[in-house]
Write a protein that binds this ligand. Structure first.
Ligand code: MN
Length: 244
């Protein structure tokens, strides 16, 4: 199995090294990741200038690794172009959760979405970050369990996986969309000028069965996603109301 690894935190993040290490148990691994952090870039692509890549072996002993001057989606497009017959794209492990509505901004998830657009299975991995760095050694066994589950068949699919710090199991979940946690907070810079921070505010507990609920209760959350955004209910109502 050919496994392409990428992320949005950049190739020097400890999360991508941890994911690549676990992935070697499942097949041939190659890393193609952004040369600098691209968090919250969503599904941006670089179409106004050329892309290039450089060998980047540090942190990836025995694994071919390359850094790209582009976004996570660029890395998947370029990586799968250069490495024919990629079977699956794994993205992460992101330093920070990608739960609920944050999926709209996530570069980590966008890389997995880009894989699916190209006809390749895509799986995104994220973990919350507290005061300390995540302990990727202790998460490794759950990343492995998740991959065993999700790589069982080769059907085209998109999954968003979030790992709490000390998991006690794995839950299938749906996306929590009740609340949005993005908020603009004004401030004053050292020169006395007004500026604005786009911040993430903590949300109240989520509904049972959702991704956020699972992670809050120390379960690994796996959400199967789709790319079709069509509102089926609105479409069928509109089709019915259209005069013949
Ligand atoms: Mn990130």
């Amino acid at each position: 199995m050919r496994i392409l690894i990428t992320n949005d935190d950049g190739i020097y993040s400890p999360g991508i090294a941890a994911l690549a290490r676990v992935a070697t148990k499942f097949g041939e691994v190659r890393v193609v990741a952004p040369d600098v952090e691209q968090s919250s870039m969503g599904h941006a692509i670089t179409a106004s200038r050329p892309l290039s890549y450089k060998k980047s072996p540090i942190h990836f002993e025995g694994i071919h690794a390359f850094r790209v001057n582009g976004t996570p989606a660029d890395c998947v497009a370029l990586g799968t172009h250069l490495w024919a017959k990629t079977d699956v794209v794994l993205s992460g492990i992101n330093m920070g959760p990608n739960l609920g509505n944050s999926m709209w901004h996530s570069g980590t998830l966008a890389a997995a979405k880009q894989a699916v657009l190209l006809g390749i299975k895509g799986i995104a991995f994220s973990t919350p970050v507290g005061k300390d760095e995540p302990d990727f050694e202790s998460l490794a066994s759950y990343v492995e369990k998740t991959l065993e589950l999700l790589l069982e068949n080769d059907a085209l699919a998109l999954y968003n996986v979030n790992l709490p710090m000390n998991p006690r199991g794995i839950k299938w979940t749906r996306q929590s969309v009740r609340l949005y946690d993005g908020k603009i907070v004004p401030g004053i810079d050292p020169m006395g000028r007004k500026h604005y921070w786009y911040t993430v505010t903590p949300l109240e507990p989520a509904e049972e069965g959702t991704d956020r609920w699972a992670v809050e209760h120390d379960f690994v959350s796996i959400t199967p996603l789709r790319l079709d955004l069509t509102n089926e209910k609105a479409l069928s109502a509109a089709l019915k109301s259209m005069p013949a």
